[in-house]
Design a protein around this ligand. Sequence first.
Ligand code: AMP
Length: 281
Amino acid sequence: MEIIKSIKEMRLWSDGCRRRGQTIVLVPTMGYLHDGHLSLMREGRRHGDKVVVSIFVNPTQFGPGEDLSTYPRDLERDFNLAKDAGADIIFTPNAWDVYPQGFDTFINQEKLPDHLCGLSRPGHFKGVMTVVAKLFHMVAPQVAIFGEKDFQQLAIIRRMVTDLNFDIQIISHPTVRESDGLAMSSRNSKLSSEQRKSALSLNLALQNAQKLLNEGETRSDRLIQTATDLILSYPGTSVDYIHICDPDSLENVSTITGPAVMALAIKVGPVRLIDNMILTT
Ligand code: AMP
């Protein structure tokens, strides 16, 4: 496995692969890798000849007061994990190369960011789309893999790829969970053992909503209220949002008549966690 920092070198490597007719798969991450990320890499291996893992904590997707400076980082550990998972290249560009002085061009979308995390993190998806589009240009992959844990991000990237004619196949991978159901996240490392117990409430609330739906409760407001009560019964939790929405448009649905996404963002102590589940009737 090779580590590439320079954008120019990344391009040269990709040009070489493309000339040889090899398919490049990109797995974009912010590092502090866990088994969710590693599953994306293993999925990537199935879709191409070379797997590039980008590790870049993207400053433009963090708002003021968010956890950019405290986001967990450990490149040495990440290199070893990615190597074992079969990555060919780790691409770790510097922030000042990605965003040169005077940087002033961003990508935006009109509708999808106006829901879920986009409401509580204004500008977040503008930063995500911009960095993903830039990584697509730098790495020139034919395939890119994204996790379903970030459901809204996945929907937005798919829309961007279609709208801006990126010739890149987007593949999604299901959420990887700890054995007790907690969705893996780099931010889990910031939880105390007490908070870690409270964090279980996210998955429990989603599971419970599906159970109530199976029993005939199709009203979203009832399901959301029950989920809210369940989560708030755990110490140190506060609800940013819980929504039940259409999987394509992300518009809220009031009565569940077909597949709908229950998505939530919860703070456990200072740590903001997200999770989601497709509810099926
Ligand atoms: P991040 O490093 O959090 O920006 O995530 C990088 C990629 O890994 C994104 O496509 C995420 O959706 C995906 N990802 C993060 N956590 C998980 C997980 N628990 N299971 C599957 N994919 C994940």
